[in-house]
Design a protein around this ligand. Structure first.
Ligand code: HEM
Length: 456
């Protein structure tokens, strides 16, 4: 035996393969019609075709990633950036200079500016506002009346984001206007993204006029908030101060447009995602009263009967698991996109430079390959001895990598507190006429959930 013969052989370089094409496309529209008709079912079935699959959407080839491991690899890789049709339509409406759509050095600088406001050690300062808003929500409701969950959830989400991050007494009236503007803008924005009728949206139709008014009011409100803060001369320790004092790569103050777009880029995802999640939590409490009871019992054990406070959140393990399980089955953010910036590969599949890639946290989080009894609402699957069975990246509702949501701690704290406050005070029943089917928009939420609070 020669020395050469025992040398480990270098494995031959494996050429990345072409991803398989998903079945079911039709001439001209490709898979677009299925994606438009029933996007959730379509995305949930794609894993049967492969780990990475090619879709034809109109004339365009789009790559869908279907396994938890590869969605993690995608989010963590520098070969992919935030871009694509979804982002382009968002930029057109909300502004081009905010953190959610920036890439490269500008994005890194913007993340450094906003991150301190969301750090774990910054969250307790928001505690009193979160507490006040969570209790005010339940106190607004009269036993037996019908609650419009869409507007109530939006209201509390916007108020918490605006009052915590853009502090100031003046926020009260502004928060109300923000709620109205954001709810209308989100409704119209999704329509413009999925049905790109271009100039038809400029026609003076009532729906277009309402949308344009709401969008203009949103931008005006943000300008007013910034101007008023400047005029006050005050510099509270909050996100708005951080934005006003931020400097660019050259050490110069950032421009007015960037300040404006940053506020919009933080308020918009901050309200729509939280509002949708609260709607699903209300739905869960109505559909699974036994879990509402368990949450109430846990809260009582921790608080001894006094109103739940922010400081209690860390002790509310089951309540936290209820929130996580609700987010697993009904994730606010159900689709994410990236664009390849160079020829690259993912899981051994070739992805050409410029390709658009999509994946669905909804499909990943409901996948029977990752979750036993995948469609069952089971908060105990998040107990320490069971959570280890969940594959990595099979539950990343805030994503991972450099685009990870900055607000994971901020969001979980308020969602846990709101759920605790709701379940302690009431049981909930859906009322006749409530429409709880899933409405697919920029986020997922029930169509028109209406519940009746029944005092405990
Ligand atoms: C980004 C989810 C709440 C601000 C993201 C991303 C996800 C996400 C998945 C990453 C998008 C991507 O990878 O393309 C959620 C969920 C929330 C939530 C599930 C609540 C249930 C919030 C709140 C705020 C916020 C409350 C602000 C107050 C942002 C911002 C980004 C972002 C600014 C862009 C980050 C960047 O691109 O660097 N969010 N989010 N989110 N989120 Fe959230």
């Amino acid at each position: 035996m020669t020395i050469e013969s025992v040398k480990p052989e270098t494995p031959p370089a494996v050429e990345p393969r072409e991803p398989p094409r998903a079945g079911g496309g039709v001439p001209v529209l490709g898979h677009g019609w299925k994606l438009a008709r029933d996007p959730l079912a379509f995305m949930a079935r794609l894993r049967d075709h492969g780990d990475v699959v090619r879709l034809k959407i109109g004339p365009k080839t789009v790559y869908a990633v279907t396994t938890p491991a590869l969605t993690g690899a995608l989010a963590l890789s520098n070969d992919f950036i935030i871009a694509g049709p979804l982002w382009e339509s968002l930029e057109g409406l909300l502004g081009k200079e905010g953190v959610a759509t920036a890439n490269g050095p500008r994005h890194r600088r913007q993340r450094r500016t906003i991150q301190p406001a969301f750090r774990l050690d910054a969250i307790p300062a928001y505690g009193p506002i979160m507490e006040e808003e969570a209790h005010a929500l339940t106190e607004r409701w009269k036993p037996g009346e019908t609650i419009d969950c869409t507007s109530e959830s939006f209201r509390v989400a916007v108020r918490i984001a605006a009052r915590c991050l853009l502090r100031g007494a003046y926020m009260d009236e502004r928060a109300e206007r923000l709620c109205v503007a954001l709810a209308t803008v989100f409704r119209g924005m999704y329509r413009r993204m999925v049905v790109p009728l271009g100039p038809l949206y400029n026609l003076p139709l009532p729906a277009n006029r309402e949308f344009n008014r709401a969008l203009a009011d949103l931008h005006l409100l943000v300008d007013e908030i910034v101007a008023e803060r400047r005029a006050s001369g005050q510099k509270p320790d909050d996100l708005l101060t951080a934005l006003l004092e931020a400097t660019d790569e050259n050490g110069d103050p950032i421009g007015e447009q960037e300040i404006h777009d940053q506020v919009v880029a933080i308020l918009t995802p901050g309200s729509e995602t939280i509002a949708s999640t609260i709607m699903w939590l209300l739905h869960m409490l109505a559909e699974h009263p036994e879990h509402g009871d368990r949450v109430r019992d846990e809260v009582q054990a921790v608080t001894g009967g006094r109103p739940v406070a922010f400081a209690d959140v860390r002790g509310l393990r089951h309540t936290n698991n209820v929130v996580v399980e609700s987010m697993r089955l009904s994730p606010a953010v159900w689709i994410l996109t990236r664009r390849a910036v160079r020829d690259t590969e993912l899981g051994g599949y070739r992805i050409p430079s410029g390709a658009d890639i999509i994946y669905s946290p909804y499909a990943i989080q409901r996948d029977p390959k990752s979750y036993e009894r995948n469609l069952e609402f089971d908060p105990d699957r998040w107990l320490p001895d069971r959570v280890k069975d969940v594959p990595k990246h099979a539950m990343s509702p805030f994503s991972v990598g450099n685009r990870k949501c900055p607000s994971d701690h901020f969001s979980m704290a308020q969602l846990t507190l709101v759920t605790a406050a709701l379940a302690t005070r009431y049981r909930f029943e859906q009322v006749p006429g409530s429409k709880d089917a899933t409405r697919v928009g920029i986020t997922l939420r029930p169509h028109d959930l209406r519940v009746r609070p029944v005092p405990r």
